[in-house]
Design a protein around this ligand. Structure first.
Ligand code: ADP
Ligand code: MG
Length: 484
């Protein structure tokens, strides 16, 4: 449909034809976001002028769709066909200050209004967190903590897969099959540390890449703000122009439909453009109830790697590393005592070490095994409110006078099976652990077994009086020791 006398031809008609071609070449979402809002306003001497909503959109088109646009225009207007943009100045922000900032030249690295700085300053009331005029793309504050590096992240059996996948991603962001990389595991096992380490490493290797670490609640707050301020599109565009997006604790997205919606849009865009996505969650994907199926299925595109509690050797290694960083010296028996006492939360392990050191320097007493024991006793008591699976297992085993090893074994003896099911039931209701994590700790079972156990216990509570009294007794014991 080439034309030589295009002065007479309606620009809208030509643009409509272009849109038909473009629609076949981009995703529906991208079409809607970037092309639908465009209007054709002029056609003169083979030059089609289109009106785009903002400088940002103009730059985005130039950066991502220039080849497609060029080809499309030439197919409609012939070899001499050219495209010109007219940029609408946006004056919708309440304060009356224009949202668009004219950027001289066509430096695609210069973005109009990245929301980048919003994350730093969430608590203060920024009217529109998305306007940072003249900010360059590479100036984005990645919100990364340099102390959370790979160097400081000890490797062990419990994190080997996640750590190496993270390292692979950091060396080739968007270029491995680990996209998205989803790291999951219980509290204090190093998810946040690993998430930062990936970002820190990428920034070191590829300083030009825009990396953003954002905790999920901050993402949600920004989203809510953006909706309130009518800057939804800016919010989405900002996230869509990242090279690496790291969202921590996505379990908080569960049951938040609108957040999941917008995240879905951002996710798709980044993924399509081979940008890296890193997510963490305190639950395995199968246990993320309240998360839409379409998101869960996308998580499967990449790799889900779990972190489990560290074994004894790793706990020692972590303590030693921390001692080295902090310049602390302690005898072996003390380090071992700490490692034996605190078993399934690395944050608490470090916390115990620091309080022992603090206590000894406050009281000007040397750190002895005695002092360590006193401190650990207090520390463990103080942290019992965070009930652990180990602790529940211990209470259940004490109650039925069963050795713990039996509960953790594979035996199918009736009374052991029942105790195991109760331990699973209480672990599910009293801890934040995932079904698969609980299963692994109760004799290496899978998540389906744990689910089955929870159902069985619930049924028996309803139907079996004696069983119900067991449950009540155990519950009491857990509560008593929890409050002690
Ligand atoms: P999560 O996000 O899973 O709750 P964090 O990443 O906040 O846990 O880790 C808790 C603490 O434990 C942090 O101080 C972190 O540096 C430390 N930590 C976790 N895993 C390791 C590890 N493998 N080596 C050294 N320190 C670790
Ligand atoms: Mg965390």
């Amino acid at each position: 449909m080439q034309t030589k006398t295009n002065t007479k031809i309606n620009p809208e008609k030509i643009w409509d034809n272009c849109l038909k071609i473009i629609r076949d070449n981009v995703s529906a979402q991208n079409f809607k976001t970037w092309f639908e809002p465009i209007k054709a306003i002029k056609l003169e001497n083979h030059v089609l002028t289109i009106e785009v909503p903002s400088q940002f959109v103009y730059e985005w088109l130039e950066e991502h769709y220039i080849t497609l646009l060029r080809k499309t225009i030439k197919s409609q207007l012939g070899k001499e066909g050219k495209l010109e943009y007219s940029i609408l100045m946006d004056t919708t922000s309440g304060s009356g200050s224009p949202m668009t900032v004219k950027i001289p030249g066509r430096n695609v690295n210069t973005l109009k209004n990245p929301s980048l700085l919003a994350p730093i300053n969430l608590n203060s009331t920024i009217k529109n967190p998305f306007i940072i005029p003249g900010l360059k793309k590479i100036d984005i504050d990645s919100q990364l903590n340099p102390n959370y590096s790979f160097d400081n992240l000890i490797e062990g059996d419990c994190n080997r897969l996640a750590r190496s996948a993270g390292y692979a991603v950091a060396n080739k962001p968007g270029g491995t099959s680990f996209n998205p990389l989803l790291v999951y595991g219980g509290v204090g096992l190093g998810k946040t540390h690993l998430a930062h380490a990936i970002g820190v490493e990428i920034k070191e290797k590829f300083p030009q890449k825009t990396v953003l670490y954002v905790p999920s609640d901050r993402f949600m707050n920004q989203f809510v703000e953006a909706v309130k301020n009518n800057s939804y599109n800016d919010f989405v565009h900002f996230y869509q122009m990242l090279d690496v997006l790291i969202i921590d604790d996505i379990q908080f997205f569960a049951s938040k439909e609108k957040t999941q919606d917008v995240f879905f849009q951002i996710f798709n865009h980044l993924h399509q453009n081979n940008k890296q996505i890193v997510l963490t969650s305190d639950k395995a994907p199968v246990d993320l109830s309240g998360m839409e199926q379409r998101l869960l299925s996308r998580f499967k595109w990449g790799l889900a790697a779990d972190l489990t509690p560290p074994d004894f050797e790793m706990r020692i290694a972590i303590l030693r590393k921390k001692m080295y960083i902090e310049g602390i010296e302690l005898s072996n028996d003390i380090v071992e005592y700490i490692a034996l006492s605190i078993t399934n939360n690395i944050r608490e392990l470090e916390g115990a070490l620091i309080s022992i050191v603090a206590q000894s320097s406050l009281n000007k007493k040397p750190i002895t095994l005695e002092l360590t024991k006193q401190m650990i006793d207090k520390f463990v008591k103080n942290t019992v409110h965070e009930i652990s699976i180990d602790y529940i297992q211990k209470v259940v085993c004490d109650y039925f006078e069963l050795p713990l090893e039996l509960l953790k074994s594979k035996t199918r003896k009736r009374e052991v099976v029942q105790a195991r099911q109760l331990a699973m039931f209480f672990s599910k209701s009293l801890t934040k652990s995932s079904l698969s994590h609980i299963g692994m700790h109760c004799g290496g079972k899978d998540h389906a077994t744990v689910l089955h156990a929870c159902r069985t216990v619930n049924n028996l509570i309803d139907t079996d009086k004696k069983f119900r009294s067991y449950v009540q007794d155990i519950q009491k014991r857990i509560n008593i020791q929890r409050e002690a």
